[in-house]
Design a protein around this ligand. Structure first.
Ligand code: SF4
Ligand code: SF4
Length: 115
């Protein structure tokens, strides 16, 4: 059974209708962020690249798309490992120049302000 949500005056976060960065960029991070090394990123999503670096699975394909991303880019998306996502994902700022660049590549309008 689902619980109905109370109406909220806050608009939904723009990332929930985007996902462009997760389907454009190569995402590398330290192996120390993986569960194997005491971090939180699930091992199955971390492809070792060097002795010290991992890459999110799917992000270096010819048409990149992180394996943790669900939904349709530009419509409705979610990160399957949101609580455990690596630092580059946490640091990528919605509304930044880099964000608006990748949004443009997916034919999405720029965000007017940082979120
Ligand atoms: S950070 Fe920017 S590009 Fe990434 S999902 Fe959010 S709005 Fe889209
Ligand atoms: S881990 Fe989540 S936030 Fe990071 S690229 Fe993948 S889907 Fe996007």
């Amino acid at each position: 059974m689902t619980t109905p949500h109370a109406p909220s005056s806050k608009p939904p976060h723009p990332c929930l209708a985007c996902g462009a960065c997760c389907a454009t960029l190569r995402v590398d991070f330290s192996i120390h962020e993986t569960q194997e090394y005491g971090g939180r990123v699930p091992q199955g999503l971390a492809e070792p690249i060097t002795d010290t670096l991992c890459r999110l699975r799917g992000t270096d394909y010819a048409r990149p798309r992180c394996a943790a991303l669900t939904g349709t880019v530009g419509e409705k998306v979610a990160c399957g490992i949101y609580e455990w996502r690596p630092s580059p994902c946490r640091e990528f700022a919605a509304g930044s120049d880099a964000c608006n660049r990748v949004r443009r590549r997916h034919h999405l309008p720029p965000l007017e302000q940082p979120h």
